[in-house]
Design a protein around this ligand. Structure first.
Ligand SMILES: CC(C)(COP(=O)(O)OP(=O)(O)OC[C@H]1O[C@@H](n2cnc3c(N)ncnc32)[C@H](O)[C@@H]1OP(=O)(O)O)[C@@H](O)C(=O)NCCC(=O)NCCS
Length: 185
């Protein structure tokens, strides 16, 4: 399917659109996609807590601690890719953690490739390593990450529990190489 889309940085007024996108994953899971490769909260978060999430994310985007790219198609936000450190100001702040998801109906059209490409391009200036986790068996995600240079470094059996069903989690990383420390001149 040929879908027209564009990838851009996060904007303040993306908040409601991103919350709608995120809530859509709960609907997708509820309506039968039991394989959906996203780890969701057991209870759908309230709109209020989503606003808190977005405020934090946007703050991170503004202060440069978070990379956030969105994909837009037909006036809708249909995907998000973000990279941020899970351990700010620590001896692990050179490692970014990546997350990505595209709206149902917009997958398999190159949007994920474009989004992650744009995020990784920026990540090179900020991080030395980018890591992620995915559901074992998420073939499309695995193909995408391999294509973008990620390699597998481990697997946790039964890491994700969805109802009575368990999924293994596979861990991948890409290493841009060490950055030279800034010299005082
Ligand atoms: C995984 C995801 C982000 C990929 O984004 P996407 O826009 O669907 O991916 P793309 O169309 O850019 O395709 C990426 C690669 O996946 C592979 N791919 C595409 N369609 C596929 C399919 N139906 N089955 C298996 N692999 C497929 C191809 O290798 C493709 O690259 P290529 O076209 O250059 O060969 C997206 O499908 C998604 O959001 N899925 C649900 C949530 C999720 O799993 N997120 C990942 C969390 S770790």
């Amino acid at each position: 399917m040929d879908i027209k889309f564009r990838v851009r940085g996060l904007k303040f007024d993306d908040g409601p659109k991103l919350i709608k996108l995120y809530y859509g994953y709960y609907d997708e899971l509820r309506h039968g996609n039991k394989e959906l490769g996203l780890t969701l909260f057991r209870k759908k978060p309230t709109y209020e807590s989503e606003i808190d999430w977005f405020t934090g994310a946007y703050k991170g985007f503004l202060n440069g601690s978070k990379i956030a790219k969105v994909a837009e198609a037909g006036g809708k936000v249909v995907g998000l890719c973000d990279i941020s450190t899970s351990r700010p100001d620590s001896e692990m702040d050179h490692v970014g953690l990546l997350g990505i998801a595209i709206m149902d109906g917009y997958r398999g059209s190159g949007i994920g490739t474009a989004l992650i490409g744009a995020a990784l391009k920026e990540a090179r200036a900020k991080f030395e390593i980018v890591r992620l986790g995915l559901f074992a068996g998420n073939e499309r995600a695995m193909a995408l990450y391999k294509k973008m240079g990620f390699v597998e470094y481990g697997r946790m059996p039964r890491a994700i529990k969805r109802g009575k069903r368990y999924f293994d989690e596979v861990f991948m990383y890409t290493d841009f190489g060490a950055k030279r420390p800034k010299r005082d001149t």
